[in-house]
Write a protein that binds this ligand. Structure first.
Ligand code: PAF
Length: 282
């Protein structure tokens, strides 16, 4: 695997390649990232991965400074996985040599709800860096994880509206044995928080059970929020939404079998976790 730190070197390495499959990451790689790279390998050649902790997508009180930067370990993991041909690991100066005044903002109906409500700069930061990374790598396909469900939808819509020549592939959420969705932020959890963390996924599974029982959206969301709050979580949202646009389904739509997704965001101590589960009323 070649590790390159600047855009010109990257372009030189990829000269003439038309089937590039791309996996953008912020590093601190775990099994879920390696699975994205494996999927990329099945859909293109060569596979390019990036590691860049993107300041633009972090709010002022978020974890940009303490976000784990583990380049040497990450390189070793990718070498072992043998799926990645080029790792692009630019510095901040390389990606943002001047203030990034041109930005890509998603529409409010998608970018200001759920994650976008609690993290107002997040999707603008993600779209801006993803567009920039696409411009550097020029991939034919790019792989994103479904754990960041709303991010995946935002990126898909950006690609569609700008008619970017890249196909977005989604990888299922990869979980630990106890159900916790893999995330670089799991490493912030203390032992006792780690033991509690799978409750987020259990709450989503309970939402699915209550949906089948015929409970209303409001009841399902309120119970999930209360259950987690009683266990000491600080809940941002437990929301049952339409898969198509992440808006609230009507009861008629639920009964008619509209594809739904339950989305969760909650803090355990200082660590904010997100997760989701797709479901449909049978
Ligand atoms: O999902 C992530 O790791 C980041 O949001 C991404 C897509 C690499 C953009 O910085």
């Amino acid at each position: 695997m070649k590790v390159v730190h600047n855009i010109q070197e990257l372009r030189d390495q990829l000269q003439g390649q038309t089937r590039v499959a791309f996996v953008p990451t912020m590093g601190n790689l775990h099994q879920a990232h390696l699975s994205l790279m494996k999927l990329a390998r099945q859909h293109g050649d060569p596979v390019v991965a990036s590691i860049f902790v993107n300041r633009l997508q972090f709010g002022p009180n978020e974890d940009f400074d303490r976000y784990p930067r583990t380049l040497q370990d990450d390189v070793a993991k990718m070498e072992q996985g043998r799926d990645v041909y080029v790792l692009f690991a630019p510095s901040e100066k390389e990606m943002y040599p001047e203030p990034q005044n041109f930005r890509v903002s998603p529409p409010d109906h998608l970018g200001r709800i759920l994650e976008g409500h609690f993290r107002p700069d997040f999707f603008e930061g993600v779209c801006t860096v993803v567009l920039k990374l696409f411009s550097c790598v020029q991939p034919r396909v790019a792989v994103f994880g479904k754990k960041d469900y709303q991010q995946l939808m935002v990126v898909r819509q950006m690609v569609r509206q700008f008619q970017l020549p890249v196909e977005i592939l989604a990888h299922e959420t990869v979980r630990e044995d106890d159900g916790l969705a893999m995330s670089s932020r799991n490493r912030y959890l203390s032992d006792s928080e780690r033991a509690e963390a799978p409750q987020l996924y259990q709450a989503l599974q309970e939402m699915a059970r209550q949906l089948q029982q015929g409970d209303s959206r409001e009841q399902i969301e309120a119970r999930a929020t209360r259950t987690l709050a009683e266990r000491g979580w600080q809940v941002d949202y437990m929301a049952l939404r339409r898969q198509s646009d992440l808006l609230e389904p009507t009861e008629e739509q639920i009964l008619a079998g509209e594809p739904l997704v339950a989305l969760a965001a909650a803090k355990l101590g200082a660590t904010r976790l997100i997760d989701n589960l797709e479901m449909t009323k049978a």
